[in-house]
Design a binder for this molecule. Structure first.
Ligand SMILES: [Zn+2]
Length: 114
């Protein structure tokens, strides 16, 4: 192979590498956006959450309740047991029952937004 051909091949490989890197970055960005969208849909939709559990999702989901009372034993002695999240106009607070020690998520509307 003469020098000109060698350079042409080298330049072609460099161009292809740049295109491949750009395409790989696009795919990574699209995958991240998809994961974020799915996570958001699962947070908002009870059906999506149940579907995830039915597939054997990794996190066992705590029970959700609209009442500030343990859904397992009925006790009202509760303490903050985890995160407080705002999801689709709702506030979801992870509470731990002081009587039976189990977790649940207390769901309520944002106060003043009705
Ligand atoms: Zn309880």
């Amino acid at each position: 192979m003469d020098l000109g051909t060698t350079r042409a091949v080298r330049d072609a490989v460099r161009r292809l590498s740049a295109v491949t890197r750009a395409r790989a970055q696009q795919v990574r960005t699209a995958a991240l956006l998809t994961r974020v969208m799915i996570q958001r849909q699962v947070q908002v939709s009870a059906v999506r959450r149940l579907a995830r559990v039915a597939r054997g999702g990794s996190d066992p989901l705590p029970l959700e309740s609209r009442q500030r009372r343990c859904p397992h034993c009925g006790s009202e002695m509760l303490r903050l047991g985890g995160d407080v999240r705002a999801v689709g106009g709702l506030v979801k607070t992870e509470l731990e029952c002081e009587k039976c020690g189990r977790m649940f998520v207390f769901v309520r509307r944002v106060i003043g937004v009705d």
